[in-house]
Structures are given as structure tokens and as C-alpha cells.
Design a protein around this ligand. Structure first.
Ligand code: TRP
Ligand code: SF4
Length: 328
């Protein structure tokens, strides 16, 4: 049995795409591995350092999202990154030996700076360049053997492996295992307008949406533009509703597709059917969320409990790391 570690940045409203892409997978992994999951608030600061007014609220919201999705705080260690100071310490130590070129060559580095050009986020900072070093430290601090990552994070994990090899070589001790990626067949959901689901496009379905809010979002989804009357034969391939049917309504999808092509079902009815299906699937999560929203003290306690358990491992491993580096 290996040790899984993963984190997510608390950067605003968590959406259904995040859930299907990562969290749903974590909920499954918790039964097969020892898991450590943390809210990566320090990583959020690498790009959102200027306005931190929502940070605490976002951390709290993310904890509710995780718990309502079914992450079990007894089975897993669930905590907040900045509460365990060794994350900062290890990033500093690893930064000493990480070549600048390795960081500049990370493909997402220049892309993201370019993406955000012209916005209020200037990423020409020391912290943003060091983002992958901070992430390597997160993984190494717990000697994680497996890291569930999406496509977007796989270059960072590859870099972590290089940093591990360099450390073990420089200090002549196999302190860290080389972490392996755990790829899941992530179900990719588009936004309701067909572009990538992203807060900045305003096309997300919030994970914490109520049944009414969710139904309203489904109603707004883009359908086959060539279809005017419900007897017109439709083209499900170009329809966003269809993509959601494939994920959330696996049993009826084939039938609905055939009826759409035959002009035998209207988009209004098709959407109604999808919204019902989604709401049924998410009902348990909605219920749990409503409960947790009434108990902020409990959520805080869960995180504090996780902080303590993470701290214990971090303190122990940090000692070994510093010993190997002879900085005790
Ligand atoms: N960088 C990750 C993200 O933005 C979050 C993260 C931070 C992470 N440290 C990590 C993920 C360590 C996996 C392992 O999604
Ligand atoms: Fe899309 Fe459904 Fe309308 Fe067909 S019937 S175009 S799948 S919404």
C-alpha cells in the first residue's frame, strides 16, 4: 500500500468540473490507499497574492466541498498547507539546489504568465517561478509514493521526480521515493457554453449549487443551433447537453441520442431529463453540504485535527531531511 498525496488551490467557487475531474477520484482512492489531502493556500498565493480578502472564506468553502463529496477525515489526513510550516521550510531548502533552467522550462510557466497578461495578476514573481518547488516539497515532505494528477499537473510531477533524484544523489541517501503519477480517466465536462469550464469564462456549474440553480444552468446550456423545431433532426455531437448526458445519464443516453437524431424529442424535455438525473445523483452531496454549512465549528475542528496529524509526519521527516543535508 502506497501513500497518496494531493492538494487543490482554494481559489474561489469549486465547480462541477473540478469534482468530476479530481475529487470524485479522490473519494474512490481513500479506500485503497493511505491518503493525505490538503488545501493548498500557499499555492493560491503564488498567483493571488495581491487580493487575499477571500482566502479564509475560500479555504472554509473548499473544506465543505470535500467533506460533502464524501472525503472521510478519519480515513484521510485533511489539512491546510500553511498550517504546517515545514511546507515553507522544505520549499526553501529545495530551492537551493533546483536549477533555474528546470523551472523556466516548465511548459505551463510561460503559458500562464502569457494567459494572465493584461489582467491584474502579474506573475513575474519569485514565488510563481518557485511554484513547482513548493509543490515538490509538499509531496516529498510526506514521502508520498503516488500523486493523482490531471494532465495540467503532470509536468510538475515530472519535475518533482528530478528534484527527488537530485536530492538523493547530492546527499548520498535515499531519503525520498520517486513519486508515481496516478492517472484516472477523468471525465471532462465542458462549461455550459461549450468552452472549457472556468470561473473566468462565467460558464461554470458551482459544485455547491442547489437543485434550482443547477436546473437553471442546464436550461442555459448551448444545444444544436441548427435545431429550430423539435421535429427537426438534431445533431447531438455538437450539443453540450449531450456531453452531460453521456456523463450523468449513461443508461438513457443512447435512447435520447437516437430520439434527438430522429426529431422525436425536444430540447426542453431533454434538458429536463438531464437536470433531474443530475439532481438525483447530487442529492446526497447537497444534503450533506446544507448540514455542514450550519456547523462551521465542526469544519474547523476537522481541519485542526488534520493539521495535527500532518504536523506529526512533517516534523519527523523534516528531521531526517535536515540530518541528510547536515543543517541540524
Ligand atoms: N498545484 C496543484 C493545483 O493547482 C495543487 C498542489 C499543490 C498539488 N501541491 C500539490 C497537487 C502536491 C498534487 C501534489 O492543482
Ligand atoms: Fe441536444 Fe437534447 Fe436538444 Fe438533442 S434534444 S439537440 S441532445 S438538447
Amino acid at each position: 500500500m502506497g501513500r497518496i498525496l494531493s492538494g487543490m488551490q482554494p481559489s474561489g467557487r469549486f465547480h462541477l468540473g473540478n469534482y468530476m475531474g479530481a475529487l470524485e477520484n479522490w473519494v474512490k482512492l481513500q479506500n485503497d490507499y493511505e491518503c493525505i489531502f490538503f488545501i493548498a493556500d500557499l499555492h493560491a498565493l503564488t498567483s493571488s497574492y495581491a487580493d487575499t480578502s477571500k482566502l479564509q472564506e475560500n479555504i472554509h468553502e473548499m473544506a465543505i466541498d470535500w467533506l460533502s463529496a464524501g472525503l472521510d477525515p478519519e480515513k484521510n489526513i485533511i489539512f491546510v498547507q500553511s498550517h504546517v510550516k515545514e511546507h515553507a521550510e522544505l520549499a526553501l531548502l529545495l530551492g537551493m539546489s533546483t536549477p533555474l533552467g528546470w523551472l523556466e522550462r516548465v511548459p505551463t510557466y510561460k503559458d500562464k504568465i502569457r494567459d494572465l497578461e493584461g489582467t491584474d495578476k502579474d506573475l513575474h514573481t519569485y514565488g510563481f517561478l518557485g511554484y513547482p518547488v513548493l509543490m515538490a516539497g509538499d509531496i516529498m515532505l510526506y514521502k508520498a509514493t503516488h500523486v493523482p494528477v490531471g494532465e495540467d499537473q503532470s509536468a510538475h510531477l515530472e519535475l518533482t521526480r528530478e528534484i527527488v533524484r537530485r536530492f538523493n544523489f547530492l546527499y548520498k541517501k535515499e531519503v525520498f521515493p520517486e513519486p508515481q503519477a496516478v492517472f484516472s480517466k477523468a471525465k471532462v465536462l465542458p462549461g455550459i457554453d461549450g468552452r472549457k469550464m472556468s470561473k473566468s469564462y462565467g460558464n461554470i456549474i458551482p459544485f455547491g449549487a442547489s437543485a434550482e440553480e443547477l436546473t437553471a444552468k442546464v436550461r442555459m446550456m448551448t444545444t444544436d443551433p441548427a435545431r429550430i423545431k423539435k421535429t427537426d433532426p438534431g445533431h447531438p455531437d455538437v450539443c453540450i447537453v449531450h456531453q452531460f448526458q453521456k456523463v450523468f445519464n449513461t443508461e438513457d443516453c443512447e435512447n435520447i441520442t437516437a430520439r434527438c437524431k430522429a426529431g422525436d424529442i425536444g430540447c426542453v424535455q431533454c434538458k429536463k431529463c438531464l437536470a433531474e438525473k443530475m439532481n438525483t445523483l447530487l442529492a446526497g452531496i447537497h444534503e450533506k453540504r446544507a448540514e455542514l454549512e450550519k456547523k462551521p465549528g465542526f469544519v474547523k475542528e476537522v481541519l485542526e485535527y488534520g493539521d495535527r496529524r500532518a504536523q506529526e509526519i512533517a516534523s519527523r521527516n523534516m528531521l531526517e531531511i535536515k540530518e541528510a543535508m547536515n543543517v541540524l
